[in-house]
Write a protein that binds this ligand. Structure first.
Ligand SMILES: *Cc1c(COP(=O)(O)O)cnc(C)c1O
Length: 387
């Protein structure tokens, strides 16, 4: 049997070793990490709500009102009025009859896919789907295949096969490591023709895309007829924690009965639900956050292309710079850190071999000056060792 230490050493040698950093203080662009102040471009707090005083106050009031722990699962006595109201508000926000809270996005994806599909059914996911969709597919015991990124043609061939079982297609709305938007209009049309369920994981679109922040579906003008299963997370643009699924009455009731990652786990702390209600209000009302984000994205893209940096096709706050090898991504990330800037190096297996990248993410909490500082540090590296 190979020892764990040998395996770890091998991982280190191929530049795939991962280590955690210790951060102190409130989440925001200026972070104290491992005792040093850095300017961060790696958070998913796209609207700058994770440390917002109103959201923090709502959490404190929630804790005073409900205590800290929920005490039990939703189906026992852990389902508080805070959870219930948040679900109703999320349903209204997404313009769907019902919404159901899950403890995390990972668990929501496991629960939906394995709760709706089983042996004899079929599940298709985009090659670049988030790991939790893939794991949900594996767990479900349905026949599982991944189509090439965004390739509706291939999917169409696969969906053409007739069978008795249920068929589900699942895709990220905004792809987490590339920042591009899934071809949802084409997927929706195809799925409705072929009688397949379309599920969209909008972890990175919700709050950010669409005029009202209702996500990739709002951006593309799609509704529940097009995408019957919508999953959103609360730990990114909402700045809190948790996730939800929104859809029909029948979908939500089925998940309550059958989604094991919903049933067999303790409900989120009600105070987190209260904080999320406050952040939902800010997401809806403060459109300027999305406008500012768009301005910063344009500023970054313009500057980066002037520097000759290889950007991807992305109109979202996820602006990866693909550098190729894991070693090079790590080297660039370390050199930026020496300049006081934190950008994470994303390496396999999170992304395919030879597409390691610096995953730059922007937030409405960044200032123009901070984005210019990032560009100037990138410019310096580009002169020293061009990409
Ligand atoms: C972050 C993320 C998840 C997982 O959500 P958590 O709430 O962090 O567990 C699922 N899908 C996508 C696309 C994500 O980016």
């Amino acid at each position: 049997m190979r020892s764990l230490l040998t395996e770890l050493e091998r991982r280190r040698q191929v530049h795939l070793y991962r280590a955690r950093r210790v951060s102190e203080g409130i989440q925001g662009p200026e972070l104290k990490i491992d005792g040093r102040f850095v300017l961060g471009f790696c958070s998913n707090d796209y609207l700058g709500l994770a440390g917002h005083p109103k959201v923090v106050a709502a959490m404190q009031e929630g804790a005073a009102q409900y205590g800290v722990g929920s005490g039990a699962a939703h189906l026992v006595n852990g389902h508080s009025s805070a959870h219930h109201q948040l679900e109703e508000e999320l349903a209204e926000f997404t313009r769907r009859p019902r919404a159901l809270l899950f403890s995390t996005g990972y668990m929501a994806n496991l629960g939906v896919i394995s709760g709706l599909l089983s042996t004899g059914d079929r599940f298709y996911g985009d090659r670049l789907d988030h790991a939790s969709l893939i794991d949900g597919g594996l767990m479900s015991r349905a026949g599982f295949r991944r189509y090439p990124h965004g390739d509706i043609q291939v999917l169409e061939n696969w969906l053409g096969r007739r069978g008795d079982g249920r068929v589900m297609v699942a895709t990220d709305g905004v792809f987490s490591m590339d920042g591009d938007v899934a071809p949802l209009c084409g997927l929706a049309k195809l799925c409705s023709e072929k009688d397949a369920w379309l599920m969209v994981d909008d972890a990175h679109g919700l709050g950010v895309m669409g005029r009202e922040g209702r996500g990739t579906l709002e951006h593309l003008g799609l509704g529940m007829d097009d995408v019957p299963i919508l999953m959103g997370t609360l730990g990114k643009a909402f700045g809190t924690f948790g996730a939800f699924v929104a859809g029909s009455e029948a979908l939500i009731e089925t998940l309550i009965q059958q989604a094991r990652s919903y049933i067999f786990t303790t409900a989120l702390p009600p105070a987190v639900a209260q904080a999320t209600r406050a952040s939902l209000l800010l997401v809806r009302e403060e459109e300027w956050r999305r406008e500012k984000l768009r301005m910063l994205i344009a500023l970054f893209r313009e500057g980066a292309s002037e520097l000759g940096l290889p950007l991807m096709v992305s109109e979202t706050p996820i602006q990866p710079i693909v550098v190729g090898s894991a070693q090079k991504a790590l080297a660039w990330s370390r050199r930026l850190e020496a300049e006081g800037i934190m950008v994470s190096a994303i390496r396999p297996p999170t992304v395919p071999e030879n597409s390691s990248r610096l995953r730059v993410t922007l937030s409405a909490a960044h200032t123009e000056q901070q984005v210019l500082r990032l560009l100037s540090a990138l410019g310096k590296l580009q002169v020293e060792e061009p990409l």
